[in-house]
Design a protein around this ligand. Sequence first.
Ligand SMILES: Cc1cc2nc3c(=O)[nH]c(=O)nc-3n(C[C@H](O)[C@H](O)[C@H](O)COP(=O)(O)OP(=O)(O)OC[C@H]3O[C@@H](n4cnc5c(N)ncnc54)[C@H](O)[C@@H]3O)c2cc1C
Length: 281
Amino acid sequence: MIKLSGSLDEAFPALPGIDFAAMKVVVCVKQIPDPADPGALDPETKTLKRDSKLILDESDSYGVEMALQLVDAAGDGEVHLVSMAPNNEVSGLRTALAMGAASATIVSDDALQGSDALGTAKVLAAAIARQEPDLILAATESSDGYTGTVPEQVAELMGLPSVTFAKSVAVDGGAAKVKRQTEAGYDEVECPLPALVSVTAGVVEPRYPSFKGIMAAKSKPVDELDLGALGIDAGQVGWAGAGQEIVAIEEAPARESGEVIEDEGDAYERIVAFLDDLKVL
Ligand SMILES: Cc1cc2nc3c(=O)[nH]c(=O)nc-3n(C[C@H](O)[C@H](O)[C@H](O)COP(=O)(O)OP(=O)(O)OC[C@H]3O[C@@H](n4cnc5c(N)ncnc54)[C@H](O)[C@@H]3O)c2cc1C
């Protein structure tokens, strides 16, 4: 159980009753350095320098698409994006707005530098609560940090049910109906709204932004917030509030060459044994 301090409690107004005639879906959108040119690690802080242009994390394009489809199916409503990133960066948000989201919130503050996963979750939870959403979507894990912990921490901080690894999401009345990916297949899970659902890459096929969408995205509203606006004390986030410490960073080991199996009549048995070892059978 994550205990909220007084100031964070005040940052979360009670979530109101749900008006399903107009469904509001908030999508957590992480903006990351371009994986083709990720930039350098800062040897002093041992974190990735994020001072160049950031792009929409591909993992989150699935949540954006799912949200757009759910609002379409509801017949009325809107998709709002929430992101925490340095320097009020909105390049990745504009891509998601071009896909069809209506508006966005970006949270930036110098004091957020050094935020660990829980610090990030505190900020996202406070920004999301302001939107009074019916449903919150996030990716199962981001492409750069991939701790896969932020969405569940957001749900806990907001006191909401959380369903993870969704391979399909539907909203029916006041409930989310989710097919939840498991090793053996999937579970069918139902939970009351508002709720937070983290989606997998298989959930839907994200659309490409159209030219019209790209032009429209330029004038869509983006609310810029800092910690003061969210009522979060700087001591609870950033380096000051981090409960985790990065003790060392090192190069990822070079990929080893694979095993070549020459067929001497028993190749299939050796391949089956190899796959069995990997637990993929
Ligand atoms: C001690 C410490 C210091 C750190 N300092 C920094 C730092 O200075 N700068 C820095 O950039 N990183 C820093 N990090 C890394 C940072 O904490 C993580 O990148 C961040 O918490 C998100 O974690 P993740 O990518 O593993 O999220 P995951 O849990 O893998 O993300 C899952 C999903 O949650 C949502 N989500 C996650 N992060 C965001 C976000 N920022 N905005 C919107 N949605 C989001 C998205 O939907 C995402 O796909 C630090 C980490 C530690 C441990």
